[in-house]
Design a protein. Structure first.
Length: 254
């Protein structure tokens, strides 16, 4: 914000100088004025580009830090605790096997105080809705071999490459939600053919999927034992009889 304030003051100062030059109307000064204006615009544009690139790199670095591998925790407490700590730090929730309550960020301190009790208790469900998980961060979840339910809906960094890694959970995963993930396309969904134990899959609201109705039909064929959610996509392909458009064709005369 401080940088933006400086940029605004610099712009106002230079703008006043340019406005002052506009009062000089002599032919000899017009060429110099034009050169100064173009130079100012060039310099200012360069400053904005540099600022944008800096902010972008800062955001990328933040996401990478949030998705670092929790190797030390895994070596000390095992993969279940490491996966749980990763999800809680992301703002998600986890449920351990044979435990009734979900562990959420607001009771993370209680979990950490009793962390040793969970070393040998498998994680059976993860809710990472809206979290910043990316390809690298999935490494913290793939060792959870008893994971049955995984919600990744509305995760902005989840892409097709991420889905190509989920085959490592094929032995246990039964529920998967990818609803609202903006970067998932048909290519990524094709990677889910490994997950033959899936019983429920939510692929609704995926803007990168160009043919949603057809894609849902293909996914249903690919995973015949799975309930695929996203039926609103296919409403134009599977209209109920009473909702079919009327037949307005002219009957042939005999």
């Amino acid at each position: 914000m401080h940088v933006l304030h400086l940029g605004a003051r610099e712009w106002n100062g230079r703008a006043r100088r340019i406005h002052g030059m506009s009062e000089l109307v002599t032919p000899d000064s017009s060429r110099e004025k034009k050169r100064t204006l173009l130079q100012f615009l060039s310099d200012h544009f360069q400053d904005i580009q540099t600022l944008r690139e800096y902010l972008l790199q800062k955001q990328i670095s933040k996401v990478n830090r949030e998705n670092r591998s929790f190797t030390n925790i895994q070596e000390k407490y095992g993969p279940y605790v490491a996966g749980a700590v990763f999800i809680l730090k992301q703002g998600g929730a986890v449920k351990f096997q044979d435990k009734e309550e979900w562990i959420r960020p607001n009771n993370r301190s209680h979990f950490l105080a009793e962390i040793q009790k969970f070393q040998n208790v498998p994680v059976e469900a993860v809710d990472a809705s809206g979290c910043a998980i990316n390809y690298q961060g999935l490494s913290n979840l793939l060792p959870l071999k008893e994971l049955r339910s995984l919600s990744l809906q509305r995760c902005p960094n989840l892409d097709d490459w991420c889905l190509s890694r989920l085959y490592l959970l094929a032995g246990s995963l039964q529920e998967l939600s990818l609803a609202g993930c903006p970067r998932i396309s048909e290519r990524g969904l094709a990677c889910l053919h490994h997950l033959q134990n899936l019983r429920r899959l939510d692929i609704s609201d995926l803007p990168a999927v160009s043919h949603p109705g057809l894609t849902q039909i293909l996914v249903e064929e690919m995973l015949p034992h799975c309930e695929v959610l996203g039926a609103d996509w296919a409403q134009n392909l599977k209209l109920e009889p009473d909702k079919q458009p009327p037949d307005t064709s002219t009957p042939l005369s005999s």
